[in-house]
Design a protein around this ligand. Structure first.
Ligand SMILES: Cc1cc2nc3c(=O)[nH]c(=O)nc-3n(C[C@H](O)[C@H](O)[C@H](O)COP(=O)(O)OP(=O)(O)OC[C@H]3O[C@@H](n4cnc5c(N)ncnc54)[C@H](O)[C@@H]3O)c2cc1C
Length: 401
């Protein structure tokens, strides 16, 4: 009997971890990993690249360096379509790859919610090229003020006040004083505005932690405008609604971090999806397609304890990968599959390099301790998807700065 062919799409947290777990098992299988780039990037650190506090190579590493090339074939290509009835995947190069079992881990894209002007005028943070474009725009505008004296060059609007927005604000507010010296602009005239539709910020944290975070950022000059949906992005301004009135903040740097959706390949391939996410079975297979596992940000998994789907996070993507590798083994051995159950170990959001808020082990943390915890989480994930050497080269060990 020929070897079963396992094809994994995406070398992010979910896909790369699945491959690393599968290659450890002594299974008589062929494994193919397909990814758009020949590198993995730590999506959870994209805000640092966009703010200029980390270089892109600090948050990336080569995929082939952490996989076993005797067990895994790596294909650098872009997935265009999953043809589930033919059990094959179509790639941008024109190649078609057949599978016996498929693991879909294609991650997230930016969500515009149909708001006019987002795609034309705002900068999103979803991969390395978009983060680098956002950085170039920020630096260009701040540097330009010296010649233009236009206040819009010193005005930054961050759209959304979720996790990514807060972490980005933490980084830029750390870096702007240094840029002010470099580009000779008055740091106290930089205007940073964060506009959020929901009335409550960071609902995953207690009010005390969320207030602490807002207070830290306000002291660094950020103005929060909350409970105010964004209606339009224009070339040099953001339009929002407040008390039934349309208002506008002028800015040359407009960052779009209001939320993400799953890969558009999922909808194009005819899966039953919502915002690029498929509600999978508790074993992480796709209903009516037991040969397809879907994990990470393209999946929604019901948390039976809360009655709501689990959030889409890197921590959960990594935990799902472990279950998928076990479930592929169980399938091949005709054994029962395991249900995915996740017990959150906590959440930590950074506010720049040496401050953060978080909860873990039923306790709340803020400041330096929370920041050290965040760095520990980053290092652990580099170990889980990379290797000890990747962790030592790319990890965060500057706990005191
Ligand atoms: C700035 C930021 C901060 C965050 N902070 C946290 C945090 O602190 N904690 C946390 O748990 N989560 C955090 N998240 C969320 C977390 O990053 C995602 O939940 C996680 O990356 C999902 O993992 P994934 O494997 O599904 O997708 P990804 O890690 O995005 O991987 C998807 C992979 O698929 C590849 N790919 C995409 N499309 C194609 C295609 N068509 N063909 C081939 N390859 C393709 C991509 O290049 C990528 O390598 C953060 C997200 C952002 C943006």
């Amino acid at each position: 009997m020929s070897k079963k062919h396992i094809v994994v799409l995406g070398a992010g947290y979910a896909g790369l971890r699945t491959v690393k777990q599968l290659q450890k098992k002594n299974l008589d299988i062929e494994i193919t990993l397909i990814n758009k780039n020949d590198y993995h990037y730590e999506s959870t650190l994209l805000h640092e690249v966009a703010a200029g506090t980390s270089k892109a190579d600090k948050i990336c590493f080569d995929v082939v360096k952490v996989i076993d090339d005797k067990k895994v074939r790596f294909v650098k290509d872009t997935v265009e379509l999953i043809e589930k009835d033919q059990k094959q995947v179509k790639l941008a190069s024109g190649q078609t790859i057949s599978y016996d079992y498929l693991v879909v881990a294609l991650g997230f894209e930016s969500e515009s919610f149909g708001i006019p002007g987002v795609n034309e005028f705002a900068y999103e943070l979803v991969n390395i090229p978009t983060a680098e474009r956002a950085l170039a725009e920020l630096d260009k505008n701040l540097a330009n003020y010296q010649h233009s004296q236009d206040p819009k060059d010193l005005s930054v609007v961050v759209c959304g006040a979720g996790f990514t927005s807060i972490e980005y604000l933490g980084e830029i507010t750390n870096r702007i004083p240094k840029l002010a010296d470099k580009y000779k602009f008055p740091a106290n005239q930089v205007k940073i505005t964060c506009i959020e539709a929901m009335p409550k910020l960071l609902p995953m944290f207690t009010e005390e932690l969320s207030d602490y975070c807002v207070d830290v950022l306000e002291k660094r000059g950020v103005e929060f405008i909350v409970g105010t949906p964004i209606k339009e992005i224009k070339e040099t301004s953001v339009v929002y609604e407040q008390n039934d009135e349309l208002k506008e903040v002028e800015a040359h740097t407009i960052i779009w971090t209001t939320g993400v959706r799953g890969s558009s390949v999922i909808g194009a391939s005819g899966f039953d999806e919502r915002r690029g996410r498929v509600m999978v079975n508790s074993t992480l297979t796709v209903p009516e397609h037991e040969d397809i596992f879907m994990i990470g940000d393209v999946s929604a998994v019901m948390d039976e304890a809360s009655g709501r789907p689990y959030p889409t996070t890197a921590q959960i993507a990594l935990a799902q990968a472990d279950v998928v590798a076990d479930n592929i083994e169980a399938t091949l051995k005709n054994q029962p599959l395991t249900d995915f159950v996740y017990q959150s170990k906590g959440t930590v959001a950074s506010i720049g390099n040496n401050n953060a808020i978080g909860n873990a082990f039923g306790k709340n943390f803020k400041g330096f301790i929370a920041s050290a915890m965040k760095k520990g989480i980053v290092d652990k994930s580099l170990l889980q998807v990379g290797s000890p050497s990747v962790m030592f080269k790319k990890g965060k060990f500057d706990f005191y700065h």
